[in-house]
Ligand binder design. Structure first.
Ligand SMILES: *Cc1c(COP(=O)(O)O)cnc(C)c1O
Length: 405
């Protein structure tokens, strides 16, 4: 009976590639979530930087239900009104002149990497095909995107992987200089490495990457799947840095919980994706586009973006206060509402234990690698939820420390 499912069912019917928490969320509102037993949690995980307006935001519920009563899907054999409005909104608000829609971050990056190769093939020839990305970067889980990603554990066992990919050190200009050449078709960078440990780029590094790409006729791709749509305090993190890419991928926060991804680029580069060169059945479907349009319109206002900065500071101050009392973090870093608490050497490798301790105190958090506890809450998380979340986190930290003594 579907009403009787429990966490134990997961191990019997699901492919074991995830190890979800012990409780099953059944309802959410704002930054609060309830499980099957009615226990209430504070959500500072935000569905991994996805629930940009929290759970069941009234504007998103209205956009989704209104569109659900009109038109769900027609495929790209036909265009639709919501997708054109969304493309207009995104191109008006960014450097981009053209948008391509898909259903996830990995698909958005797949489109970026394919476009970079195609553009180089069109303008310079097949020799110019190398894609350079950063060590420890994350760009998705398709075979091409794990190969471009800089975490070897994600390609182990999946060989042979696509060729023509190189990796340089994040925030290390010399390392990029040593690899880039006229065979490079694109350099891809996360403005803040998310999965890799919530590590922001140095402005000088992004500026140097821009200059090196220009010197070598390579495209600069920013993977803003995690940093995009207001999370940095600007609509996109590139705007915060003042360094403009040629191609940008966005997903996660864009749909506020409804699956959607997009690749944004210029008219000139977009031309290399002529009719028939790339595609997806669901990409830019009316349901996803109607929700994403409402997300973008709601977030891209001075009030909400200023709110992201203020809430960021409130969280940072609170985390630093916890650390002043308990000395478990080396540093608290990140940008806007993508924050990471880097554990001290004493707690190295134990980020997951902090997240589990938080779960016992009815708080949802994330890890980013083995040593960083990550927070990626709703961009409109209420101050009282931040304060209550911090109080629960402190209780969890105290308990974890006490258990270790
Ligand atoms: C999450 C993420 C992806 C992959 O997105 P999916 O929607 O899981 O495919 C790609 N790049 C970055 C930077 C991400 O954080």
């Amino acid at each position: 009976m579907s009403t009787n499912v429990t966490r134990a069912d997961f191990d019997q019917v699901m492919v074991p590639n995830y190890g979800p928490a012990s409780f099953i969320p059944v309802k959410g509102l704002g930054s609060r979530v309830w499980d099957q037993d009615g226990r209430e949690y504070i959500d500072l995980a935000g569905g991994i930087a996805v629930n940009s307006l929290g759970h069941c935001h009234p504007a998103l519920v209205a956009a989704l239900t209104e569109q659900a009563g009109k038109l769900w899907h027609v495929s790209n054999v036909f265009t639709n009104e919501p997708v054109l409005k969304l493309a207009r909104a995104l191109t008006d608000a960014t450097f981009a002149e053209r948008a391509f829609f898909c259903n996830s971050g990995a698909e958005a990056n797949e489109a970026c990497f394919k476009l970079a190769r195609k553009y180089a093939a069109d303008h310079f020839g097949p020799e110019k095909h190398e894609i350079l990305s950063c060590k420890n970067s994350f760009h998705g889980r398709t075979l091409f995107t794990v190969s471009v990603g800089g975490q070897p554990k994600y390609t182990e066992g999946f060989a042979p992987v696509p060729a023509g990919i190189g990796h340089f050190e994040y925030n290390n200009i010399d390392s990029l200089k040593a690899l880039i050449s006229d065979k490079t078709c694109a350099v891809v960078i996360e403005p803040v490495q998310g999965e890799g440990g919530v590590l922001p780029a140095d402005k000088a590094f992004l500026q140097a990457a821009r200059e090196l790409c220009d010197q070598h006729n390579a495209l600069l791709i920013f993977d803003e799947v995690q940093t995009g749509v207001g999370r940095s305090g600007s609509l996109y993190a590139y705007q915060e840095y003042g360094v403009t890419p040629d191609v940008l991928s966005t997903a996660k926060s864009l749909g506020g919980g409804f699956p959607i991804g997009a690749m944004l680029t210029t008219e000139k580069i977009a031309k290399s994706f002529a009719i028939g060169t790339h595609g997806t059945t669901y990409g830019g479907n009316p349901l996803a586009a109607a929700v994403a349009l409402t997300v973008v319109e709601t977030i891209n206002t001075p009030e909400v973006l200023a709110g992201v900065r203020a809430k960021s500071q409130r969280l940072i101050d609170g985390l630093n206060a916890i650390n002043a009392r308990h000395k478990v973090f080396k540093t608290v870093r990140g940008m806007g509402l993508l924050l990471g608490c880097v554990l001290t050497d004493e707690y190295a490798g134990r980020a997951k234990d902090f997240v589990k301790a938080a779960e016992k105190h009815q708080l949802m958090l994330l890890v980013a690698g083995l040593n960083v506890v990550r927070l990626a809450p709703s961009l409109v998380v209420e101050d009282k939820d931040i304060d209550e979340g911090l109080a629960r986190f402190e209780a969890a930290v105290a308990e974890l420390i006490a258990a270790g003594k």
